[in-house]
Ligand binder design. Sequence first.
Ligand SMILES: *Cc1c(COP(=O)(O)O)cnc(C)c1O
Length: 347
Amino acid sequence: MGAARLTIDLDAICANWRALDALTDNEVETAAVVKADAYGIGAARVAKALAEAGAKSYFVALAEEGVAVRDVLGDLPDIYVFAGHMEGESDALVSARLIPLLNAPDQMSRHATNAPAHPFGVQLDTGMNRLGFEPSEWNDCKGELLESGPLLVMSHLACADEPDHPMNARQLDAFHGMTDGISRRRSLAATGGILLGPEYHFDLTRPGVGLYGGQPFGGALPAICIDVPVIQTRTVQPGETVGYGNAWTAVAPTKVATISAGYADGLLRAAAPEAVVFAGNTPCPVVGRISMDLVTVDVSGLHEVPASLQVIGPNASVDAFAEAADTIGYEILTSLGARYERVYLPQ
Ligand SMILES: *Cc1c(COP(=O)(O)O)cnc(C)c1O
């Protein structure tokens, strides 16, 4: 068993969904964002587990992701596509009954021409300037769009992970200004927005990262463990170096374990030298550079070197590893790659 093991706790993901759902009033629906293969965790397994837990609406980035989720979930759930109605995708949207979130006048026209009776939602730009109808475009198109009955009118917050950021209130105001008085379901909050409080919840929330155990949802249960087999152990003498670029030099006799995963498995190179891995509860610092397939670890503190070391787990959160690499948990999760032996619990 040379490959590192990625253990995915589907019960924890469902518990996180329920915990986020419990933060909103009963009449607010909690959807699930499963784009990018459920943040690298496996959209098929995650969507199925969440459907059993009661999630009724799903969000993906691309139509092809939605087709895959539809195959798993059957006909009932609503599956929304953030990219909207892209050219060449009308057939896929219609045949898989995916709901494009139209984001500009050209998409509106394409939808009216290619799929006039097909359900859709609308994405508004309230200041993030990434996706969505600008306020002036919305003014021009609002009548026609609302007449055709969008299933959802949504926008997205740029700074929801910073509760005190003035942008949150600005976007909330803008969203009210653009949508108050319409008789359609509205959505503004992803994970961070749920935590901002009830005025951000509207009719439906769209958590992603919080389901998968990541910040900013501090109350999340960890959803994944990464256990990496030790391939070899050696003692390095003072003055000897370890790894590419001789980046680390021993100052005392040091026991170094080489483990079988690296940046090809999402253990980003930038995480060295800050990253720490664990043998049970004992932290073991990464030494030298992280290579494509290998990480070298100082295990001098251990009486006995175990068969594998834990890179992510109860003692080592995704966000702690992300911080070592100066990035965010989202990027670690979506970088995990295809090489792990994946174990889903419960099986
Ligand atoms: C990714 C995404 C989400 C989910 O965001 P999290 O921060 O992971 O909860 C919700 N809405 C939109 C528009 C997104 O792009």
